[in-house]
Design a protein around this ligand. Structure first.
Ligand code: NAP
Ligand code: F7E
Length: 337
């Protein structure tokens, strides 16, 4: 019997890579799809299987993390062996504009899903997408023992989700784990996160479609890894004999400025000629430096990243240049995030 998995956030960056990984391992994958007035399945269209297909291994279900009853019903029907809770309002800057919504969808939804597991009475394992944002002001390097001091509604919501997951493990013996993932990027990264905003702008500036790029704080330090490698770590956490929590990171740091240098120089451009400052991209409180120590994941999960920031910047710029050449990149929209 092949295993089955249920992924919330299947249409997102990580959800799409995780679905591919699990399908390649022979899983039947069920994904939670939220209703949108426009198409939101771009990242998974290439693996979509319609209801007319006889033997489907990838099945989408309409639902929403804010609807706890729908979650109970879905889990009762699907009875997955593994659950990956990746759905979230995941943008830190936006969380300052929508603090209650973010607390609900990113924070409270974790308890909704855990209660749905209990209410449906299924025997399953659950992965919670926790975040390095929970560390906030705690100085780097950060590991599983580093105290949390979140700096945004998003970070606070993730800290709630983290502790709820630990509590359900301790109180009810659920196999529930936290992956504390540091920033991870890819050509599928949302266009308003800083790395993708940069790689997309580089491609458009090189093609003569855009004059400049507006950014906020260029001095923030981040530990940027490659998303397809990080979803492998999620899966490994659920294959262990005992549930536990793990930091997933490269251990290497770069500033936003250094990422700009890597991305622009890859197509022989000087970033200082194109980047302008816009204070609206600053956050009311910023996380200055995140650099992860993933030695526990390396030791217990035999997980080790291979893509570092220079290669990552090249992968992302090359992908955006190719998208543009294929006529697939959107208009020159300027969104406040
Ligand atoms: P992402 O690309 O922003 O994807 C978020 C997913 O959540 C999308 O599928 C989105 O659906 C879905 N979603 C949002 N609101 C929902 C709701 N109310 N009900 C159901 N689904 C909802 O995020 P990601 O980068 O893949 O990250 C995956 C998870 O890891 C998130 O929980 C994120 O907070 C966390 N995380 C990410 C990083 C990182 O660096 N990427 C690091 C640490 C933790 P739509 O497509 O319809 O919007
Ligand atoms: O910002 C600075 C910004 O939005 C990175 C999410 O996946 O990782 C992500 O959160 C840095 C920050 O990612 C712009 O101030 C400058 O210091 O790409 P970001 P993030 O906030 O680190 C964590 C681990 C998650 O869990 C989150 O879900 O870049 N920055 N100028 C900018 N950032 C953005 N977005 N836009 C700018 O114009």
């Amino acid at each position: 019997m092949s295993k089955s998995a249920f992924i919330t956030g299947v249409t997102g960056q990580d959800g799409s890579y995780l679905a591919e990984l699990l399908l390649s391992k022979g899983y039947t994958v069920h994904g939670l799809l939220r209703r949108s007035s426009s198409f939101n399945t771009e990242r998974i269209d290439h693996i979509y299987q319609g209801p007319e297909e006889a033997q489907r291994s990838f099945i989408l279900h309409y639902g929403d993390l804010s609807d706890g009853v729908a979650l109970v019903n879905l889990l009762r029907d699907v009875r997955p062996d593994e659950i990956y809770n990746l759905g979230a309002q995941s943008h830190v800057r936006v969380s300052f504009s929508t603090p209650l919504y973010t607390s609900d969808v990113t924070g409270l939804s974790t308890v909704r899903l855990l209660e749905a597991v209990r209410a449906s009475g299924i025997d399953t394992r659950l992965y919670q997408a926790s975040s390095s944002e929970m560390f906030g002001t705690s100085p780097p390097p950060q590991n599983e023992k580093t105290p949390f001091h979140p700096r945004s509604p998003y970070g606070c919501a993730k800290a709630f989700g983290y502790w709820t997951t630990v509590n359900y493990r301790e109180a009810y013996g659920l196999f529930a784990v936290n992956g504390i993932l540091f920033n991870h990027e890819s050509p599928r990264r949302g266009e308003t996160f800083v790395t993708r905003k940069i790689s997309r702008a580089v491609a458009r500036i090189k093609a003569g479609l855009q004059d400049c790029l507006y950014l906020g704080n260029l001095n923030a330090v981040r530990d940027w890894g490659y998303a397809p490698e990080y979803v492998e770590a999620m899966w490994r956490m659920l294959q262990c004999n005992e549930p536990d929590d793990y930091v997933v990171a490269t251990g290497e740091a770069a500033t936003v400025k250094q990422f700009l240098e890597l991305a622009f120089s890859h197509v022989d451009l000087d970033w200082t000629e194109f980047v302008r400052y816009d204070p609206s991209y600053e956050r009311p409180s910023e996380v200055n430096a995140l650099i992860g120590d993933a030695s526990k994941a390396q030791e217990k999960l035999s997980w080790k990243p291979s893509v570092r920031v220079q290669e990552l910047a090249r992968i992302m710029v090359d992908a955006d240049v190719a998208l543009l050449a294929a006529g697939l990149s959107g208009q020159n929209v300027r969104v406040s995030a």
